[in-house]
Design a protein around this ligand. Structure first.
Ligand SMILES: Nc1ncnc2c1ncn2[C@@H]1O[C@H](COP(=O)(O)OP(=O)(O)OP(=O)(O)O)[C@@H](O)[C@H]1O
Length: 548
């Protein structure tokens, strides 16, 4: 179910499931009341529109969504909303019945059957009295009425004030329309997931959940990344450790292993998280344009440069630049990048003076960079500057056990709303025997195709699981501009064409419309239909219509 997760000082304090309309503001009658003087009484509302959610500012001053202050903004998975000292993160749909659950800061595989619920207790503070009860059942009502499961002798508590409900290993609370409201961590809430240790205030009384599963703050940063494999979990821990520093990180791994997801997690876990994350794919830009793409150009610097253009480094100032496919960076440009790394300076093409920038560099490559150095294609000094912290993502074939959970995850995301499709045991077997040259990206494509090929049934047979030729639809190095058509439907092709174009143009819809010569309304419709909103851009800064 779509939800907003609320963070204060980096700690996730509560989650609120989104109804058709959820109000957020300072006033006590908001669904989520944030007692923050920087906010209006009614700051914003999150409204369901069609299949998606939109944030509508009600303060008249705009609400910060991602990097910009907006009066209205569609929300995509991972979009951040700044609310005074609070941050809210929109999650389109947390792992539910796809066999996955989040634990220990990461999305982790549930071994078999439902996640065992840790023994939870409820500490009840009522004026001078304090007691602790075990939460044995699945739900209980708290109120003044003698029929309530927990009866409070408090004149400011309503007869049936709130309900606590267990969902898997977690506890949710719902205010039952109480007169004086329910406050969690100082927020007035209608419905929220409870973090253990956090006080729930009702009237003059307080409830504290103890001993239940606690979501860790880093969880949001790895949003969308699935793994039960020990190697990947160790990597996640390393990411958490190096993220706060400004050290240059290079992520090594085959194509489609999730290098960009890790780069985004590094950014989200750093103090730069509220600034820009700018991805640049060095293999997707013509060699003649890379310098201006990275460093910008002055007006008139070359023919066609009819206006000044800031480069990616300037755009990323204060934030993070992600140099994907760094192994493809032309050798003659490498000294310029080295200079930027050493001095924090960039010089626009055609400029006489450099500019100072403060950018954290995260690079990635599927190539063996050391071999590139030996072959004279990559400068050794640049290699050492970039690889201060090398992070290696193992290929999918080396992560036994990840294929099943990932397939279930992608299936749940791709299946029409509420359709309980699943892979047959034979289909799963076929998936787990495959070598996955295109790694997780290829698996995602295979799952989407299997869904289309399954016919009418709810159980996907092995015949619907088809693989592309050895290189795969997206499996080759630097093949973002190439489509392999064998086994693809027209719909697959259209989706891939739009997806690749979005990646090439860093998510800019107007550029996609121009490049593909498709009507803007069609492009927007397809992006929504196939959930491509995040392609080519940082979801946290996702502002779909703004730049067009
Ligand atoms: N562990 C994971 N859990 C869920 N999705 C994943 C995971 N790893 C990768 N993906 C998905 O696989 C696709 C490829 O990931 P990503 O673009 O980060 O790979 P990459 O290594 O940067 O690829 P390339 O080298 O081709 O740029 C994306 O759709 C991403 O969301």
């Amino acid at each position: 179910m779509p939800e907003l997760a609320f963070f204060r000082h980096g700690e996730e304090l509560l989650r609120v499931a989104l109804a058709d309309r959820t109000s957020v503001g300072r006033a006590p009658d908001c669904d989520v009341c944030l007692p923050d003087p920087a906010l209006s009484r009614l700051q914003a509302e999150v409204e369901r529109r069609g299949d998606g959610f939109v944030l509508v500012d009600r303060s008249g001053r705009g609400t910060r969504v991602g990097a910009e202050v907006r009066s209205e903004a569609p929300l995509t998975d991972g979009t951040e909303i700044a609310l005074g000292a609070w941050r809210a993160l929109f999650r389109a749909g947390p792992g539910g019945d796809d066999g996955l659950t989040r634990r220990g800061g990461l999305t982790a595989l549930r071994a078999a059957g439902p996640e065992p619920a840790p023994a939870a207790r409820l500490r009840i503070r009522e004026r001078a009295r304090e007691r602790v009860i075990d939460l044995d059942g699945d739900r209980l009502v708290v109120g003044k009425d003698p029929s309530a499961d927990v009866v409070l002798d408090d004149p400011f508590v309503s007869a049936r004030h709130l309900r606590l409900e267990r969902r898997g290993a977690r506890w949710h609370l719902r205010d039952l329309g109480s007169t004086n409201g329910t406050l969690v961590g100082g927020l007035r809430v209608a419905e929220a997931e409870l973090a253990p240790g956090l006080a729930v205030a009702l009237g003059d009384s307080e409830l504290v959940l103890e001993g239940a599963a606690r979501p860790r703050p880093a969880e949001a940063a790895f949003e969308g990344m699935i793994s039960g494999a020990p190697a990947l979990r160790q990597l996640f821990e390393l990411v958490e450790r190096v993220a706060p520093s400004d050290a240059a990180v290079t992520i090594l791994g085959e194509t489609g292993t999730g290098k960009e997801l890790v780069a985004r997690a590094l950014h989200r876990l750093s103090s730069r998280r509220d600034r820009a994350f700018i991805p640049v794919n060095c293999s997707a830009i013509a060699e003649s344009l890379i310098e201006s793409e990275l460093f910008g150009h002055e007006k008139g610097a070359f023919s066609g440069a009819d206006r000044l253009r800031k480069g990616a480094f300037e755009e990323a100032d204060g934030g993070t630049i992600f140099l994907d496919e760094i192994g493809e960076l032309p050798i003659d440009l490498q000294p310029k990048l080295l200079r930027t790394l050493e001095l924090g300076e960039v010089k626009r093409v055609g400029a006489s003076r450099p500019l100072t920038v403060n950018v954290r560099i995260v690079a990635a490559t599927h190539r063996d960079l050391q071999a590139q150095v030996r072959a004279g294609k990559f400068r050794e000094d640049l290699y050492y500057r970039l690889c201060v912290v090398p992070l290696t993502i193992p290929p999918l074939r080396a992560r036994a056990g990840d294929v099943g959970p990932l397939a279930a995850h992608f299936l749940a995301r791709a299946a029409p709303r509420g359709l309980p499709v699943r892979f047959s045991d034979e289909a799963l077997e076929k998936l787990s025997r495959y070598e996955w040259p295109g790694n997780v990206r290829q698996l995602k494509n295979v799952v989407q195709r299997a869904l289309l090929f399954r016919g009418q049934g709810l159980v996907i047979p092995p015949s619907a699981v088809t693989f592309e030729d050895a290189r795969g639809a997206s499996a080759g190095a630097g093949d973002h501009d190439t489509l392999f058509v064998r086994g693809l439907t027209m719909e697959d092709l259209e989706r891939e064409a739009i997806r690749l174009s979005l990646r090439r143009h860093r998510g800019k819809r107007a550029a996609v419309v121009k490049e593909l010569a498709i009507a803007k309304s069609t492009v927007m419709k397809r992006i929504a239909q196939w959930s491509l909103q995040d392609e080519g851009r940082d979801p946290a800064l996702s502002l779909p219509d703004e730049e067009d």
